[in-house]
Ligand binder design. Structure first.
Ligand SMILES: Nc1ncnc2c1ncn2[C@@H]1O[C@H](COP(=O)(O)OP(=O)(O)OP(=O)(O)O)[C@@H](O)[C@H]1O
Length: 351
């Protein structure tokens, strides 16, 4: 195994009666950014802290760069962590903050100072070294925290919800910077967030966790286009999940029944029987008149958002959320519409 890889072999973590992590096996490839994504309490932070050595595994083995670090304390693991709260020392200048870890390692002062300067340049904060953290914006403070972590030349960079203290606009800017630095330096990074859009935007690979285990892992596109469950379909992007009956299913085609209509699909992604059809909001087509196989629905809510119009529809198949391009004569609340879709846009997941 090469430098920067992370491997868990059946790692578990318990806090007394609480199972924070069920036996977890994962591989993170060197030079990639892998995100742990999932709802609150699913075990993301626990997994990150296990990599850092801030928690001890209850069972299983952890490898970093091929080395078994299961029993190695945090100080001796070549990892750096960026926290949600920045955790900068308020009385030290920005440059002193960045050089802090290097000084702790007893690097000669001049060398530590010049590395800190290079680190600040890398995160776009050249010339800010003499300021105090309080004299920087939240986004700049988080970049200082990233510089401080990177100058230590960690084998793995760990980021625990690094953007949650920033407002929405800054968040996007800082996440792009973090991603660019990670790619430029070829760093292995493990990133924790509960924000699916942020995860999609920065990751090579996403591990979605639920109830202390992996629900599905893959590239952002894999997860969006090939969700393995209704949980993933709903969690990664918006989805309408409609109850259907799979009446035929083989390697190349499938047929489903919904509200008494039969529909052919080009692929089979669920076994026969009850299943859920995943219909993305932007794949919902709204027609003024009935078409073959269309579902009638009433518009209960319509919101004009500039570049799109969002509709909530009440249909016999349940509530349907739709996103459409703005038109001169959009449907209005109270209108009856007829919903259709393209067969190739439909995915099926188990019930
Ligand atoms: N020190 C602790 N003592 C007892 N239980 C803990 C401790 N730390 C975490 N847990 C429990 O372990 C489970 C996983 O927690 P973890 O912090 O890893 O979740 P998370 O996915 O990071 O959630 P969040 O997004 O809210 O931070 C939760 O049920 C949590 O309550």
């Amino acid at each position: 195994m090469t430098k920067g890889s992370v491997r868990f072999e059946n790692v578990t973590k318990r806090y007394d009666d609480v199972v924070a992590l069920k036996p977890l096996t994962l591989d993170i490839q060197p030079g990639t950014l892998c995100t742990l994504l999932g709802p609150s309490g699913c075990g993301k932070t626990t997994t990150l802290r296990l990599i850092a050595g801030l928690e001890a595994a209850s069972a299983g083995k952890i490898f970093i760069g091929g080395e078994d670090v299961t029993h190695l304390s945090a100080t001796y693991r070549r990892v750096s962590m960026v926290f949600q709260s920045y955790a900068l020392f308020p009385h030290m200048t920005v440059a002193e903050n960045v050089a802090y870890g290097l000084n702790v390692k007893r690097m000669p002062r001049a060398e530590a100072a010049s590395r800190a300067e290079a680190g600040l340049e890398l995160v776009g904060l050249k010339g800010f070294g003499d300021r105090l953290p309080s004299e920087l914006s939240g986004g700049q403070q988080q970049r200082v925290a990233v510089a401080r972590a990177i100058v230590l030349e960690p084998e793995v960079l760990l980021l625990d919800e690094p953007l949650s203290n920033l407002d929405a606009k800054l968040r996007r800017h800082v996440r792009e910077e973090i991603r660019q630095i990670q790619q430029r330096l070829g760093l292995t990074a493990v990133y924790v967030t509960h924000d699916q859009e942020e995860a999609m935007a920065v990751s090579d690979r996403i591990i979605v966790m639920k109830n202390a285990e992996i629900a599905q892992a893959g590239t952002p596109r894999d997860l969006y286009e090939r969700p393995a469950s209704s949980f993933i379909a709903d969690f990664i992007g918006d989805a309408n999940l409609l109850d259907v009956e799979v009446t035929q299913s083989d390697a190349s085609s499938a047929a489903i029944r919904l509200l008494g209509h039969d529909y052919d699909l080009p692929r089979a992604t669920a076994a026969r029987g009850a299943a859920k059809m995943v219909l993305r909001p932007h794949h919902v087509r709204l027609n003024a008149s009935p078409l073959s196989g269309s579902i009638p629905a009433e518009v209960t809510y319509a919101a004009y958002l500039g570049n799109s119009i969002q509709f909530t529809l009440s249909s016999p198949a349940g509530e349907i959320f739709a996103i459409a391009a703005p038109t001169d004569r959009p449907f209005a609340v109270g209108d009856t519409v007829h919903v259709t879709w393209q067969p190739e846009d439909i995915r099926l997941v188990a019930n």
